[in-house]
Design a protein around this ligand. Sequence first.
Ligand SMILES: C[S@@+](CC[C@H](N)C(=O)[O-])C[C@H]1O[C@@H](n2cnc3c(N)ncnc32)[C@H](O)[C@@H]1O
Length: 251
Amino acid sequence: MAGLSQNCARKLLKALNHLRTFHATAICEKAKTGAEHRWLARHLKDPFVKAAQVQNYRCRSAFKLLEIDQKHQILLPGHVVVDCGAAPGAWSQVAVQRVNAAASDPKASVGFVVGVDLQHLSPLNGAIFLSNADITDLDTQYKIKNILPGGMADVILSDMAPNATGIRDLDHRRIVAVCLSLLDLAQSILRPGGTVLCKLWDGSESQMLQKRLAQCFSSVRTLKPQASRKESAETFFLAKSYKENKKYLEN
Ligand SMILES: C[S@@+](CC[C@H](N)C(=O)[O-])C[C@H]1O[C@@H](n2cnc3c(N)ncnc32)[C@H](O)[C@@H]1O
């Protein structure tokens, strides 16, 4: 609002709020089923949705990463970060701020953020985005390696979620499969001592995934941040201190 008179800024904010209400009403009118109405009612009341609007995050999931990072300090100035399943880009926004990838703090080391998604990603200052790219595809993994400074990363984030079918066990197995592909990516790009944070929907293969992570990392924790809805099977594995590995993918 710099450069605007107070009166003008107030009018602009009022108009913006009016637009938001109009948008919410329009979406509500589009909801056809009872389940859609319930989802919308919950979404519109959600304090994290409101906070994301106020703080200009692209979606509420920003607060999951903010909380995890606040507690576990995984993103530091100067870090190189790969954000898998980055669309619409809220985790990348958090990563850019935390690692100083847009050089907004001239005194801190400047980090680097690459975001990848199957969907289109709108540009974000401080991040390089690979849209329409599948992380499980080796070509995408080579592309990422070529973009990274020195071909290496300190942190791999994954909030990836395959399209849910509603069949709990199937959805669980599919998300575990994308999490396992992160181990191939880690073998190619993750520095010894590095971190992987990945989302999964809990189920019968969670323990197997945890064990696989524990073979490659010195510590693996299960996390459920407050912004993650209690009724959701969503949970996160935080794997820290990547063990040295000799087998990097060739360029
Ligand atoms: C919950 S959204 C991520 C939200 C994001 N963390 C943010 O804060 O904006 C999950 C994303 O994972 C992406 N995704 C699922 N499978 C993927 C894959 N194999 N490769 C790349 N992206 C994938 C989906 O397209 C979707 O955009």
